[in-house]
Write a protein that binds this ligand. Structure first.
Ligand SMILES: Cc1cc2nc3c(=O)[nH]c(=O)nc-3n(C[C@H](O)[C@H](O)[C@H](O)COP(=O)(O)OP(=O)(O)OC[C@H]3O[C@@H](n4cnc5c(N)ncnc54)[C@H](O)[C@@H]3O)c2cc1C
Length: 367
């Protein structure tokens, strides 16, 4: 079960109470302005990290996996990150010494044979001591298991929740037992078992691997399965637990029709606080929080939600929180990365109008 780290940064309130700051883990509140740069010119060994990117960036889980490899690597071991898909962000803070990017192998296309061929070529050329992958549902978990099956001589562990230089551990028997084994060669890492914020920076040099380029060019994905592609469905129909962008209404939202128009315009999934659900404005399956759903969206727009502790529990894994509220002292405002202080109805109407203009401009430019 995921828990909030009790050692996260805290502030002492006027009443003398300790209040955990939910926006950032303890060690990033006072970021090290000049992190030492680790350069490993004469490395003798490699730890390989393989992860898919999403829209040119790596998600938290992928970054945690690179950080895990960086923690394990000593001064003579390079962390090589093999990124499948486009990469447009800087990875110096992630922990990779060297990066190979294969943009044609993005997760939107199902091409495990091509991916395995490219990965095998890299493994062949650098002979990594260990291979780390995020154990997720967007392709890496599946690919990791295929890799384990193809590299039969290598030892492996999946859903790893704990590791050090000597051992790994994962849950067994439905989470009732913690099983340990010696550190294997292939490690599929569960989310949130490593803090991705490292106290050092790395060179993150991009190198074009001719080995992988040739492999990709020589291979075509021929198999007895057929890739039907990704199916696009309306964002408002996506299950809240899987949604990447959620617009959520609280007691401060009086006009549900305006709120739904905004969610539709933003192509976001709809969530709600318990009070809004209890009022009959939304169905029970839209409730987010301790007695509702736990969500992990990249962006969570909270409109007229106070941010009671039970609600905040449900959004603790959301990456960016934006609040619209009339009360600047609401707990949701403290949790949010960006806040707009003002009346919900007025701001929603303005946003809908701005989105309509932006969409029209985009259409005109495209034409
Ligand atoms: C056991 C238990 C379990 C619970 N589980 C959950 C749960 O799963 N999920 C959940 O959400 N709650 C849960 N609650 C309830 C929780 O404690 C809060 O009561 C609830 O989250 C408050 O909902 P709210 O923020 O929408 O409403 P309010 O607390 O009424 O807050 C409304 C907010 O809207 C703002 N506002 C008002 N008017 C406007 C306006 N015109 N424009 C902009 N902002 C405005 C106000 O400033 C305020 O911040 C639980 C409580 C208990 C005891």
């Amino acid at each position: 079960m995921m828990r909030i780290n009790p050692r996260r940064s805290a502030k002492i309130s006027a009443a003398g109470l300790k209040r955990i700051v939910l926006t950032a883990p303890a060690n990033v509140e006072t970021p090290h302005p000049h992190k030492p740069l680790l350069t490993k010119k004469n490395s003798k060994a490699h730890v390989l990290v393989i992860a898919h990117s999403e829209r040119g960036t790596l998600n938290d889980h992928a970054r945690q996996t690179i950080a895990a490899a960086a923690i394990l690597a000593d001064a003579e071991t390079k962390v090589l990150a093999l990124i499948l898909g486009e990469l447009t962000e800087d990875l110096t803070s992630a922990g990779a010494d060297e990066i190979i990017v294969l943009p044609e192998l993005d997760f939107e296309r199902f091409q495990p044979k091509l991916e395995l061929a490219s990965i095998s070529a890299v493994i062949e050329s650098v002979q990594p001591m260990h291979i780390f992958m995020p154990d997720n549902a967007i392709g890496d978990g599946d690919l990791g298991r295929r890799l384990i099956a193809s590299q039969r001589t290598k030892t492996a562990a999946t859903q790893v929740v704990e590791f050090d230089a000597n051992h790994v551990a994962n849950f067994q028997a439905g989470g009732t037992l913690l099983a340990q084994s010696a550190l294997p060669e292939i490690i599929l890492l569960a989310p949130n078992c490593v803090d991705a914020h490292l106290p050092f920076a790395t060179s993150a040099e991009r190198s074009d691997s001719t080995v992988t380029n040739q492999t990709s060019a020589n291979q075509t994905e021929t198999s007895n399965y057929q890739d039907l592609g990704l199916q696009t469905i309306a964002a408002t129909e996506i299950a809240l637990e899987e949604a990447d962008f959620i617009v959520s209404a609280g007691n401060g939202v009086q006009n549900v029709a305006t709120f739904e128009s905004l969610a539709h315009a933003l192509e976001a999934s709809i969530g709600a606080s318990r009070v809004a659900v209890d009022d009959g404005k939304f169905a029970r399956d839209k409730q987010i929080g301790a007695s509702g759903k736990t969500v992990s969206a990249s962006a969570y727009l909270a409109i007229g939600i106070s941010g009671a502790v039970q609600h905040l529990q449900g959004i603790k894994d959301c990456r960016h929180v934006i609040a619209i509220n009339t009360d600047a002292s609401a707990p949701m405002v403290k949790r949010a990365d960006l806040t707009v202080i003002g009346d919900a109805e007025e701001i929603m109407q303005t946003l809908i109008a701005l989105i309509a203009v932006a969409k029209l401009t985009k259409l005109k430019v495209a034409a």
